[in-house]
Design a binder for this molecule. Structure first.
Ligand code: FAD
Length: 298
């Protein structure tokens, strides 16, 4: 059994990732998604963050919405392509808004993952440097990323684990993984991490497959392998069909259940700002919605 997470809670603890909406209509969808998923009492919602002014403003609005709903939030923050002063200003804005939990990230190089990463001349040297700055700014929790199949730019496993260790030594208290579909790969990764003396919770990132062709493309960019057996389940299925949704819910719930059987008790769900599949997964694996709990208690 792997010691992936230490929260010990049963049923599992969930966190839900959102991305900044691009329009008023998308913002309304995000609000509905937050409302529906809040019923599962997540440990936190997180909101992604990208380089570039308009995305950052939208991230701030989404974070502000979650804070206004008095729900726990983690703000993602990247440091690629930005000066130290600019990132510090953003940290100060989030702190003033009431954010105490950050997901510290380097971010992709401006030209994408095919470009070699170089820090901004006046910027943070790496993610560990950003983690330190967040601690100095009074963050209560700093979470970081982890890559069970290695980051696409990783030269070797030793570097991969060293980078995680530096982030932990700088103060990170939890790592959330890139999504993956093969639980054996995750288990082997956690063993590597533990062998390196890293003891923070490694929370698996789970992506429900809302549309197989999109997730297949996304996975190939992120370096996440799609097992043949998994691809076969979606073979010939119309992504808009009800059957696709049923298969997607079953596949994600099966992955979570298998990880629970291996001792994992906390999960981060990449929601893609949709509530249906995350809700289905929660219900299938035994995370009850608040209304049901209230009804049972009455
Ligand atoms: C949970 C999660 C959330 C994310 N959220 C966002 C988001 O909100 N916005 C966004 O833009 N992106 C996001 N990303 C993507 C992320 O920004 C990219 O994968 C980026 O390329 C790496 O950032 P990082 O903080 O993961 O990098 P790090 O963990 O710091 O490094 C990534 C990898 O690069 C290699 N590396 C790093 N430093 C060195 C070095 N000195 N020498 C050699 N190799 C090195 C290592 O292989 C290392 O594992 C997220 C990823 C995950 C897993």
């Amino acid at each position: 059994m792997i010691q992936a997470s230490i929260s010990g809670a049963k049923p599992p603890t969930m966190s839900f990732e959102l991305f900044p909406p691009k329009s008023d209509a998308q913002f309304a969808t995000l609000q509905t998604t937050v409302d529906r998923l809040a019923a599962f009492r997540p440990e936190f919602f997180s909101v992604t963050y990208g380089a570039g002014g308009s995305t950052q403003d939208r991230s701030r609005s989404a974070v502000r919405h979650i804070l206004d709903r008095r729900l726990p939030v983690a703000a993602h923050l990247t440091c690629a392509g930005a000066s130290r002063d600019a990132v510090k200003e953003t940290i100060a804005w989030f702190r003033r808004a009431g954010v105490a939990h950050f997901l510290a990230l380097r971010g992709d190089p401006p030209g994408g993952l095919s470009e070699r990463y170089a820090p901004h001349p006046d910027g943070f040297t790496d993610t560990a440097d950003l983690v330190e700055a967040l601690q100095q700014a009074g963050a209560a929790q700093v979470t970081v990323s982890a890559y069970p199949e290695r980051h696409p730019q990783s030269p070797d496993w030793r570097t991969e684990i060293d980078v995680l260790k530096r982030k932990v030594d700088a103060g990170a208290v939890r790592a959330i993984t890139q999504f993956f579909f093969d639980n054996d790969v995750f288990e082997a990764y956690v063993e590597r991490v533990r062998s390196a003396g890293i003891s923070i919770p490694i929370v698996p990132g789970i992506i429900p497959i809302h549309r197989f062709p999109s997730i297949r493309d996304f996975a190939s960019r992120c370096g996440a392998a799609i097992p043949t057996d998994l691809a076969r389940r979606f073979d010939g299925l119309d992504p808009a069909s009800a059957t696709h949704g049923l298969v997607a819910a079953a596949v994600a719930a099966e992955q979570v259940s298998d990880l629970m059987a291996r001792g994992v008790d906390a999960f981060h769900i990449y929601t893609l700002n949709r509530s249906e599949l995350p809700e289905a997964v929660c219900r299938i694996v035994g995370v009850a919605a608040e209304t049901e709990k209230t009804a049972c208690a009455a």
